[in-house]
Ligand binder design. Structure first.
Ligand code: C2E
Ligand code: MG
Ligand code: MG
Ligand code: MG
Length: 288
């Protein structure tokens, strides 16, 4: 990633850390006060059954509007929260808020919630999640936690115990961003999973890359063979949707259906049923 100033330089930081140290420290300070003030809030993106054409749940995605920096994306602040250990307080706060919001939805809707691999190093995580569910009165059977592959590589003893504890209480476990991490298939399969989410980097190239088509079909085969639900992430157009439906993908999520909306936007979304519309239109396209 050339800077265009003609000088070469050695980069010591990962892309998400590639910012001035002072700015990073400033964001860390802002993050601490945002957590204290409970300013970071979950927005919700629907995921849709590609069989029934209906919304089946919503994924909570953290949103932070900062008075100095404006909108700060989670890909920037979640890694900072992870490195500083703030992710535990932030995660608890967001889950409490998400359960509170999800309690107002019709009962058939699932709440999907992202858990960082850093949070999974804490043996008390399972009990903390269950106690937040108890306090908010949200049923464990309506919660699905999303975990990325890195949680399956290191310190897997603790992660396994926590996941087993949650699963025993009725919480479902989804593997997020599948295909982009370092875990081997045997590491992944040694955990009991309910769902695989196909990373959007594969979905977004379905129309122009046969490699992506092969990978998506292979992932669907693995999911099917192990009795796991498959969800395609980042579905943006009707061509991608048609491919996924034709190859038996169970669920889809992406801007074609809806981007994440604030809690107050959910009633309007439900009356519009964007999933139904998009899938029905696609089926009509295929027929004609
Ligand atoms: P993720 O869990 O894989 O979430 C999906 C991301 O894809 C979201 O980005 C979502 O807005 C985006 N997305 C969904 N559909 C489309 C689409 O059709 N096209 C495109 N281009 N993007 C789409 P977002 O909200 O920026 O979140 C990024 C990541 O930050 C998440 O990836 C997740 O790993 C993390 N994250 C977000 N909220 C939380 C949270 O509350 N806790 C934790 N631990 N991580 C979170
Ligand atoms: Mg996710
Ligand atoms: Mg993902
Ligand atoms: Mg991601």
């Amino acid at each position: 990633r050339a800077q265009g100033d003609g000088r070469s330089c050695v980069r010591f930081f990962e892309p998400e850390m590639d910012m001035h140290v002072e700015r990073r420290i400033e964001i860390e300070r802002e993050l601490r006060s945002a957590i204290t003030a409970d300013i970071i809030e979950p927005h919700y993106q629907p995921f849709v059954s590609l069989k029934s054409n209906c919304i089946i749940g919503f994924e909570a995605l953290a949103r932070w509007e900062n008075r100095t920096f404006g909108h700060i994306p989670p890909d920037l602040f979640i890694p900072i929260a992870e490195e500083t250990g703030l992710i535990n307080a932030l995660g608890n706060q967001l889950l409490r808020r998400a359960c509170f919001d999800a309690n107002t939805w019709p009962e058939m809707f699932t709440l999907a919630f992202n858990i960082s691999p850093i949070q999974l190093r804490d043996p008390a995580l399972g009990q903390r999640i269950l106690s937040i569910l108890g306090q908010t009165g949200f049923s464990p059977s309506r919660l699905e936690i999303e975990i990325t592959e890195s949680a399956f590589v290191e310190k897997t003893g603790v992660a396994k115990t926590v996941m087993d504890e949650l699963r025993q209480a009725g919480v479902r476990i989804a593997l997020d961003d599948f295909g982009t991490g370092y875990a081997t298939l045997s590491q992944l399969l040694s955990f009991r999973l309910d769902k695989i989410k196909i990373d959007r980097s594969f979905v977004s190239h379905l129309d122009d890359s046969t490699d992506s088509q092969v990978i998506v079909r292979a992932i669907l085969g693995i999911a099917n063979g192990f009795g796991l639900t498959a969800t395609a992430e980042g579905v943006e157009d009707a061509g991608q949707l048609a491919y996924l439906v034709a190859n038996g993908c169970a669920e889809g999520q992406g801007s074609l259906f809806s981007d994440a909306v604030p809690a107050a936007g959910i009633p309007a979304l439900l009356s519009r049923e964007p999933g139904r519309t998009a899938v029905e239109e696609m089926r009509q396209d295929v027929k004609s």
